[in-house]
Ligand binder design. Structure first.
Ligand code: FES
Length: 117
């Protein structure tokens, strides 16, 4: 899903409408960010939306095609588990973390604060 950039005064970028990411699902949003193409994963758990770079820190598989179970995400590449609440890998002895981004919901839309590249 590609989207046009809409940025608010706090630097949040509008990535999707909430209805485009149903509970229990993940969606990839591709956008042009500061001259580079970025893939962002949006995950909708029972309680909130999480946003993170859509690249597994292991071998760069897209995380958005993995499996979401509660607040745990399983990468399809090699089945590593990540906790979306803190971004940390669960499967020992892995110490890698997801690149997570702040999220806010405004008027039914998902806004994400992306880091400078
Ligand atoms: S690429 Fe994600 S676990 Fe290997």
């Amino acid at each position: 899903m590609a989207t046009e950039l809409e940025i608010d005064t706090e630097g949040y970028v509008k990535l999707a409408e909430l209805e485009q990411v149903p509970p229990g699902e993940m969606v990839q949003v591709t956008l042009e960010w500061q001259g580079q193409e970025e893939d962002i994963a949006l995950a909708h758990t029972e309680t909130q939306i999480y946003a993170f770079r859509d690249l597994c820190p292991h071998m760069n598989y897209p995380l958005s095609i993995g499996t979401l179970c509660g607040t745990q995400l399983e990468c399809r590449g090699h089945n590593w588990l990540f906790d979306l609440q803190n971004g940390k890998a669960i499967t020992p002895p892995i110490r890698k973390t997801l690149d997570r981004y702040p999220v806010k919901i405004v008027n039914g839309a998902i806004w994400v604060k992306l880091p400078p590249m």
